[in-house]
Design a protein around this ligand. Structure first.
Ligand SMILES: [Zn+2]
Length: 226
């Protein structure tokens, strides 16, 4: 059901991408795409549990995804510097930072990660936007803010895949990254959190992960076996 939703969204906006000149995409190697720490339960993890308010579900998942992606980025952050990543590449595009006045600015990978973290924290801790008291309703501004949050998270994952995937493999974190990515993409598809043009940027990876059979050795493993 959600897989179909992803396919539908991706099908709507097929972006003609230039093949990245530099290289083959290591993250599409079947040995990598079959490495995940969990598979069968992702659809259940995504679905809104009965009786739970959808906005609360979106907010709590945004917070959990932010924490996981921060940890993942933290594991490679020493390799993400102004000199290694002078521009913010994610998938086949370069992402510019849009400041509060709507002006687009070039920024490096680590600058983008800092800006994104600061905005996400501001959104998720804003009591007017994300009320934590039971009696308060979520405002209309909540959905656009949460969509913005997921767009940042998607870009950060894109940067890790595009510029730091070899490091992730060396650290044996690619099963975690693949699981995190697929979970986020399916969550965004289910709740319409990412523009379909954005989702099309990583269509090849999404398709490869959906179509690959998880490696039994990777399944359930959360240790760094050598
Ligand atoms: Zn980087």
């Amino acid at each position: 059901m959600v897989f179909q939703a992803v396919g539908k969204l991706l099908g709507k906006h097929k972006i003609k991408k230039k093949a990245p000149a530099e290289t083959e995409k290591l993250y599409l190697d079947p040995r990598c795409t079959s490495s995940r720490i969990l598979d069968a339960d992702i659809l259940m993890l995504v679905a809104l549990p009965k009786g739970v308010n959808v906005d609360e579900w979106l907010a709590s998942n945004a917070s959990a995804f932010y924490n996981h992606i921060s940890l993942m980025y933290g594991s490679i952050s020493e390799f993400c510097t102004i000199s290694s990543c002078p521009t913010m590449k994610a998938w086949a595009i370069q992402i510019q930072w849009t400041d509060e006045k709507g002006r687009k600015r070039k920024c490096s990978g680590p600058q983008y990660a800092d800006y994104a973290a600061s905005i996400i924290q501001k959104i998720l801790t804003d009591e007017d936007l994300v009320p934590t008291k039971h009696c308060n309703d979520f405002p209309k501004a909540f959905k656009p803010a949460i969509q913005k949050t997921f767009r940042f998270l998607f870009h950060l994952l894109g940067h890790i895949y595009t510029c730091h995937f070899k490091t992730v493999v060396n650290l044996e974190l690619h099963p975690h990254l693949n699981t995190l990515y697929l979970h986020l993409l399916l969550f965004c598809a289910e709740f319409h959190l990412l523009d379909s043009r954005e989702m099309a940027l990583s269509e090849d990876l999404t398709t490869a992960l959906i179509n690959s059979s998880p490696c039994p050795k990777a399944s359930g493993s959360n240790s760094r076996n050598t």
